[in-house]
Write a protein that binds this ligand. Structure first.
Ligand SMILES: Cc1ncc(C[n+]2csc(CCOP(=O)(O)OP(=O)(O)O)c2C)c(N)n1
Length: 640
């Protein structure tokens, strides 16, 4: 790669003549295809912004000028051009480059992200700091049309437009979120770009008015200029952004490097808030990704010649797909069941329900708070909404859960996908906090998935919540551990009950969700060593099964709680508080809490992360062994 090999930083890029930029774009694409076909990762978003990335670094003086990418999943070409090309094959691997942008990875990553629509607010903050400090540089936020379905994006635009701050927003419009984009703004953007009348009238007017200044003299010329602007604004695209206080420029072909460079050179010289509307194609340059940008948004390794994707290793389906299947079955049984997704029909497995019952399926855009409040509204009228949202993105909806659902006692099922350690997406996507943030506030809080085969199906069955407010069904980014029976075959679970899976003595493991299976494995391992351990599946976190807990407290000396969530204010912490009276009565009773330590867990494979934090059969057994050994619990059994 003759050009790319010479580029260690955007400085090198800026030394190239403009005529060589298309060749550089070709090399960057080739590098993307070559590496991602081997290691997997986000693919179509980055391919779509190769020219945009080159043009931005070419025109703006990065890192002095601040470039802020929204989400960061499209940042691979940016990484390749900012000194990380050699390390690029390590992307998303343990110890390697992050799959998103991070301030601690490069000075070119001005603002870290992973969740959508933070870029405009962050850019405005940076621009404001610049002005407060009397400094002089450009601030550019690049935001996708998908992210424009977020309320946060509009909060940022609204604030920026009125401040008159010097700020550039680049709207990367590829008509796609992960799935096809949805909503009124999307329709507006599409209309703006595709309406031929609109464009023809605009071009002709421009032509006409441009001809005027020479013949009318200077004053008339500038008057004509003003007239042009106001007429064009009336007719032209971008009126919405104009009304929000932004100067609108575009639409620009996002794969035409000359057009991009010229536009950015002009925009760079302007002042105030301005928005450049750039049209790109997701997956550009790799035909399978252009044809199916949804599939190729984020991808496993693939054969770069045939475009064939690597197959999953085991034959078991993911929790997500079992959930999606269960939902369709439930939809047939219950006509008042509706399903809501916040721009993730594929990711949450709910797309199937959408195909089966399009009238009862709602993709509301990347708008998790809205999704939950919308569900609450539906629930007031007797509809049964299931809102399927990743644990990490549900953080955005916390207030809606408390204020709109729980306080009003409305029956809404939250299907919380990607709970726990999420693997290679890393810290921004971790589902470690939902147990902690949902234990308080909600009156009735069922925890559906217990981490064994049938439970993903049971989760789909509504988390056992029935008429109760805020039932949760929680499941990880993983395959189910065993074949899942159909819904009919899954025994009904009595609300609020736990399940004693093994009766031992001395030590009891109280396991939550995904930790049930490794706890059972640990118990089997320990049995061989003569330690007979009780294992309880705590399938409901709130209300707890008081009778079972009392039995556990009375019959055991050591209680180990295990959960795949943060150890701070999680289930173990809540149980320790519940067990306080028993401990006062019997000071020897020991409670040990296992969970994810309170620190940032870096990207790696999920199995590596589980191992790192000791949430494996081996880790649980090790902990029990140490506790039992130190307390002589083995002797308890021998003398009994
Ligand atoms: C708050 C939040 N919800 C959901 C997601 C998952 N997600 C990642 S990228 C994406 C689509 C973003 O679309 P767009 O901004 O247009 O960028 P593109 O992928 O088209 O480049 C979504 C929904 C997220 N990152 N953040």
């Amino acid at each position: 790669m003759p050009l790319l090999d010479r580029i260690d930083s955007p400085e090198d890029l800026r030394r190239l003549p403009r005529s060589q930029l298309p060749e550089l774009a070709r090399e960057v694409r080739e590098r993307m295809v070559d590496v991602i076909s081997r290691v997997g990762g986000h693919f179509a978003p980055g391919l779509g912004v190769v020219e945009l990335t080159i043009a931005l670094h070419y025109v703006f003086d990065t890192p002095r000028d601040k470039l802020i990418w929204d989400v960061g999943h499209q940042g691979y070409p940016h990484k390749i051009l900012t000194g990380r090309n050699a390390a690029f094959p390590t992307i998303r691997k343990k110890g390697g480059l992050s799959g998103f942008l991070r301030r601690d990875e490069s000075e070119y990553d001005v603002f870290g992200a992973g969740h959508a629509a933070t870029s405009i607010s962050a850019a405005l903050g940076i621009a404001t700091a610049r002005d407060l400090k009397g400094e002089d540089y450009r601030v550019v936020a690049v935001v996708g049309d998908g992210a424009m379905t977020c309320g946060l994006a509009f909060e940022g635009l609204n604030n920026a437009g009125h401040t008159d701050r010097d700020l550039i927003v680049v709207l990367n419009d590829n008509e796609m979120s992960i799935s096809r984009n949805v909503g009124a703004i999307h329709k507006y953007l599409t209309r703006m770009v595709t309406n031929p009348l609109y464009n023809r009238v605009r071009d002709e007017l421009k032509h006409l008015l441009r001809a005027a200044p020479g013949t009318l003299g200077d004053t008339m010329g500038s008057l004509a200029g003003k007239f042009e602007e106001s007429v064009l604004n009336m007719l032209a695209p971008g009126i919405l952004f104009k009304e929000l206080g932004f100067r609108y420029v575009g639409p620009v072909d996002g794969h035409d490097l000359d057009a991009l460079v010229e536009t950015f050179e002009n925009v760079r010289r302007m002042k105030g808030p301005r928005l450049v509307h750039v049209l790109t194609r997701k997956g550009k340059g790799y035909p399978p990704a252009e044809r199916s940008p949804v599939v190729w948004h984020g991808i496993t390794p693939f054969d770069k010649i045939s475009g064939e994707l690597a197959r999953k290793r085991d034959g078991l389906p993911s929790y997500t797909s079992v959930f999606g299947r269960g939902l369709v079955e439930l939809g047939a049984r219950n006509p008042s069941l509706v399903v809501i997704t916040a721009a993730m029909p594929e990711g949450t497995g709910t797309g199937r329900f959408g195909e089966a019952y399009p009238d009862r399926f709602f993709d509301v855009g990347i708008a998790e708070g809205h999704a939950v409040t919308f569900a609450a509204g539906l629930a007031t009228q007797g509809i049964r909404p299931v809102a399927a949202i990743y644990s990490t993105f549900l953080q955005r909806a916390y207030d809606s859960i408390i204020h709109d659902v729980a306080l009003q006692n409305l029956p809404v099922v939250l299907a919380i996908d990607r709970a726990g350690l999420v693997g290679n997406d890393g810290p921004t996507h971790m589902g470690l906090y939902d147990i902690a943030y949902l234990l308080g506030g909600a009156e009735h809080d069922g925890h559906g998935a217990e981490g064994r085969g049938g439970d993903a199906g049971a989760a789909a069955a509504g988390g056992g919540g029935g008429d109760r407010a805020v039932s949760r069904s929680v499941y990880p980014r993983d395959s189910v551990p065993e074949q899942v029976p159909s819904l009919e075959e899954i025994p009904r679970v009595e609300y609020g009950t736990w399940e004693v899976l093994r009766r031992g003595r001395g030590v009891a493991i109280l396991a939550v969700g995904t930790m049930v299976v490794p706890s059972l494995q640990a118990a089997r391992e320990l049995e061989a060593e003569g330690l007979d351990v009780t294992v309880v599946n705590c399938r409901f976190l709130k209300p707890i099964d008081r009778a079972t807990l009392d039995w556990v407290a009375a019959q055991h000396d050591v209680i180990v709680t295990v959960e795949e969530g943060t150890i701070v204010n999680g289930f173990g912490a809540a149980l320790a508080r519940e067990l306080e009276p028993a401990r006062r009565e019997r000071p020897g009773l020991q409670v040990e809490i296992l969970g994810v330590p309170d620190r940032i867990i870096e990207h790696a494979d999920r199995s590596e992360q589980l191992e790192e934090v000791g949430l494996t059969a081996e880790g649980i057994a090790r902990c029990v062994r140490e506790l039992a050994g130190s307390r002589g619990a083995i002797q308890v059994r021998e003398s009994a």
